[in-house]
Design a protein around this ligand. Structure first.
Ligand code: ADP
Ligand code: ASP
Ligand code: MG
Length: 407
């Protein structure tokens, strides 16, 4: 008998028929002689609808984050109950548990809480009584009993963290594609399914826009050595195994291509070239709780320089407000410029550590397609560029082809 954690994403539980499909699969897994904990997301679109409703009733200010969490947690609470009902109707025995009931304790950072620890006693007891445990993804509770959520896509994290806590033999992430592909298969039709990928590559892909897995969940899996498989809830095709790096993995130079839309660029021209300027700029950004991505500073000339950075377009207005307040202290000529409608394309692969020429090949492919590169950044296993939003899909396609990733 194996202990299996499965996770079904929003599309997989998107309507009553699909919930019944998941219920059947979960029940089949149990009937094959296993204990099953099944994590579910909210039905597709529900979390977005709840966020929209919150904004509609609170147009004057950002809704209080504590209340956001009380609201958002209802999406997953709905699906655990419905899936448990479907399993029971099919002749199985299921109970649903919220994150709090399942012993998932988090810190108090509402809307992006971190898991502090998991006390899986209730889960284990219910499994031992022969139940399928339907566990609400994306949520937990603080030590003082407040409801929290784990950030968008957080049901992946619930599944991986629970798999680690109960020492599951298998963790399966069921979604609406067959696994992790060399690029988003909805954008690059010729993308191929990757049979095995290292945590590190999966993490770089996830954090550079391949939203098939929540990046924090991959970080957690890496830290606690949770191997998991990404598969399709609508078929029985083998998926992608995400695991520790193995010999031979480095022979593939580029594993995949990611794209990330809705980015924006901030440039502060003609800032004084003296100590404290960057600290003032990024201090103001940090105080406003804004996460930034790439940073570029020009070589200084005549005592002045330019600094650019990118961030999520959703944070641009907040960043402008924060920077206008510090602009007078950045030098007499300092000016603020912003640009939205940009996007990022990244190539990722652990093979980059030992192979040269990746950047040159990427830039040549973009040049041949007449796509202008606005910014560049690199890490040990990633090369990323900023391009115009309108060109991002074409950029991903030509880069995908250049690295021989097409099927
Ligand atoms: P779920 O609701 O199951 O969590 P998500 O929408 O979060 O599903 O993630 C699945 C989606 O991720 C796919 O439909 C696909 O469009 C997108 N995606 C982006 N990059 C990739 C990739 N490299 N491989 C597979 N899917 C990807
Ligand atoms: N329902 C949440 C979201 O849409 C969590 C998840 O689906 O993983 O982000
Ligand atoms: Mg997801």
């Amino acid at each position: 008998m194996a202990l299996i954690v499965q996770k079904y994403g929003g599309t997989s539980v998107g309507n009553p028929e699909r919930i019944r499909n998941c219920a059947r699969r979960i029940l089949e897994t149990q009937r094959a002689g296993n204990q099953v904990v099944a994590v579910v997301s909210a039905m597709s679109g529900v979390t977005d609808t709840l966020i929209k409703l919150a904004k509609e009733v609170s147009p004057e200010r950002e809704p209080v984050e504590r209340e956001m969490d009380v609201l958002l947690a209802t999406g997953e609470q709905t699906t655990i109950a419905l899936t448990a009902m479907a399993i029971n109707a099919l002749g199985g025995k299921a109970v649903s548990l919220t994150g709090a009931q399942a012993g998932i304790s988090t810190d108090g950072v509402h809307t992006k809480a971190r898991i502090v620890n998991i006390t899986p006693d209730a889960v284990k007891k219910m499994l031992d009584e022969g139940n399928i445990v339907m566990l609400a993804g994306f949520q937990g509770k603080t030590a003082s009993g407040e409801i929290t959520t784990l950030g968008r896509g957080g049901s992946d994290l619930t599944a991986i963290a629970m798999a680690a806590a109960i020492k599951a033999d298998l963790c399966q992430i069921y979604t609406d594609v067959d696994g992790v592909y060399t690029c988003d298969p909805r954008v690059v039709k010729s993308a191929q399914k990757i049979p095995e990928i290292s945590y590190e590559e999966m993490l770089e892909m996830a954090s550079s826009g391949s939203k098939v897995m929540q990046s924090r969940s991959v970080e957690f899996a890496n830290k606690f050595g949770v191997r998991f498989e990404v598969r399709n809830s609508m078929n029985h095709n083998p998926g992608t195994i995400v695991k520790e790096e193995s010999p031979g993995m480095e022979s593939v130079v580029v594993r995949g291509v990611s794209l990330e839309r809705n980015q924006a660029k901030v440039t502060i021209d003609d800032v004084a070239d003296r100590p404290g300027i960057s600290a003032a700029i990024f201090g103001a950004i940090a105080t406003a709780n804004i996460t930034i991505d790439m940073i570029v500073q020009n070589v200084s000339f005549d005592g002045i320089t330019d600094i650019s950075f990118t961030l999520s377009a959703a944070d641009l207005a907040k960043a402008e407000t924060a920077l206008k307040a510090v602009l007078p202290g950045l030098g007499d000529k300092a000016q603020l410029r912003t640009q939205s409608s940009i996007a990022k394309v990244s190539v990722v692969g652990i093979g980059m550590r030992s192979h040269s020429g990746v950047a040159a090949k990427m830039f040549k492919a973009l040049a041949d397609a007449k796509i202008n590169i606005q910014m560049i950044s690199t890490s040990e296993i990633k090369t990323a560029v900023i391009v115009d939003e309108a060109e991002v899909e074409n950029a991903a396609r030509v880069v995908h082809t250049a690295f021989g990733l097409d099927a």
